[in-house]
Design a protein around this ligand. Structure first.
Ligand code: CMC
Length: 361
């Protein structure tokens, strides 16, 4: 019996949530091109589309806002847990602990209210721990603002972000909310298939995202810019990395064989917010050179910038700290993961593939 390393090209589920066309570089959520959602709908609208299959009507949006509000309140109830964690605990781990300590929302596990509840709670827990780690102000999370504005408000110790800042982060969060059967969504679905509850399945997804081959790349992209320093050193540095067999962070993708459509939109946003700044010149120059060098080093592989490359630049322009880049990605992906968990529950079949025993040589 043969097996496929990394399950590459193996179809392991059917999903109504999103479609990734890696050949032409297209991503849609429930049949809607993601580029058409950005700028027109907020995070909660698009989460509603994923969870319920349609954009919300006015009353539906109001109910959803109430659910987000109560999710934030529920996070409040476990602040004593968060406040007693050592500062050395990573913020994403702290938020995961908080999720596992929260009381479960009322309603059954197959209903989307748990999805909204935990999606709203995650940033509150995350940013509470971040504030504890850095001795920052800890504003109360019970404000009547959108999910994305609340994120920046909590991060900045109670200072409301500008409309432009909310628009930039909202675009990022809508673009990265869902991406079919990526490693973390798969982990969440495996956990849900055992009938583990929503909080536990979300934590399985969360922890899977932390690796550098998945959600851990953006801070490494910024480290790369720092190491290169100036464009005149880019070729030498990039060639050096490739000659040592290292991977260039923010390039390549398991599914896209062309430019990642999310990277294109984020590049446009970064170009606007970083206009005239050296960091934009460096990012655009490194991108051009890296694509050229990767084409020469890996002929036939089609290695282009992925979402993480330009996400790192957009998040930096919003002063999101480097240590929170993966966690911010996770905050946006909560809606997608929970939608997968709900979808998996409806199929109600334990995910349990086979392995072939191979005797040690
Ligand atoms: N730099 C240098 N070489 C690369 C890169 C890269 N960024 N990406 C792939 N390759 C090479 C790899 O070394 C391998 O070469 P060879 O065949 O000679 O051994 C070949 O391309 C195929 O690599 P692979 O790991 O089998 O391909 P994959 O499709 O499984 O990899 C990937 C996908 C994202 C893990 C990979 O492109 C990578 O490691 N990129 C850098 C890390 C990164 O940017 N991660 C964020 C991913 S996007 C966000 C997300 O989906 O979560």
């Amino acid at each position: 019996m043969a097996w496929v390393n990394g399950l590459q090209d193996v179809v392991a589920a059917g999903t109504e949530l999103s479609e990734v066309n890696g050949e032409v570089g297209k991503l849609s959520y429930r049949g809607r091109d993601v580029g058409d959602l950005v700028g027109k709908f907020d995070y909660e609208d698009v989460a509603h589309l994923l969870w319920f299959g349609e954009l919300p009507s006015e009353p539906q949006k109001q109910s959803l806002n109430e659910l987000f509000f109560s999710g934030r309140q529920a996070a409040n109830e476990v602040f004593d847990v968060i406040d007693n964690l050592p500062a050395a605990v990573d913020a994403m781990n702290a938020a995961a602990i908080g999720l596992l300590c929260m009381r479960a929302p009322s309603g059954d596990e197959s209903d989307a209210s748990a999805a909204a509840w935990y999606t709203a709670a995650f940033p509150v827990l995350l940013l509470r721990h971040y504030a504890n780690q850095h001795g920052l102000l800890k504003p109360r999370p019970d404000i009547h603002a959108g999910h994305v504005a609340t994120y920046l408000y909590l991060l900045r110790g109670g200072i409301m972000p500008t409309t432009e800042e909310v628009q930039a982060l909202e675009a990022y969060m809508v673009l990265t909310m869902e991406h079919s059967l990526n490693a973390s969504a798969f982990a969440g679905r495996v956990a849900a298939s055992t009938r583990a509850n929503t909080a536990r399945a979300l934590v399985a997804a969360l922890m899977t995202m932390t690796g550098p081959l998945h959600g851990g790349a953006p801070s490494l992209v910024l480290d790369m810019f720092d190491a290169i320093g100036s464009l005149s050193r880019a070729d030498e540095w990039l060639e050096g990395e490739l000659s040592m067999g290292r991977r260039l962070m923010g390039f390549g993708h398991r599914v896209y064989r062309t430019v990642d459509p999310r990277a294109q939109v984020l590049h446009t946003i970064a170009a606007k917010s970083l206009a005239g700044q050296d960091s934009l010149v460096l990012a655009e120059g490194v991108e051009r050179r890296a694509v050229k060098l990767l084409a020469a080093a890996k002929p036939g592989r089609q290695l282009h910038p992925n979402v993480e490359y330009w996400a790192a630049c957009v998040l930096r322009s919003l002063d999101i700290p480097r240590s929170l880049l993966t966690a911010t990605f996770a905050a946006s992906r909560m809606a997608g993961w929970s939608a997968h968990i709900l979808e998996q529950r409806r199929c109600d079949k334990l995910i349990r593939p086979q392995a072939v025993y191979v005797a040690a040589p």
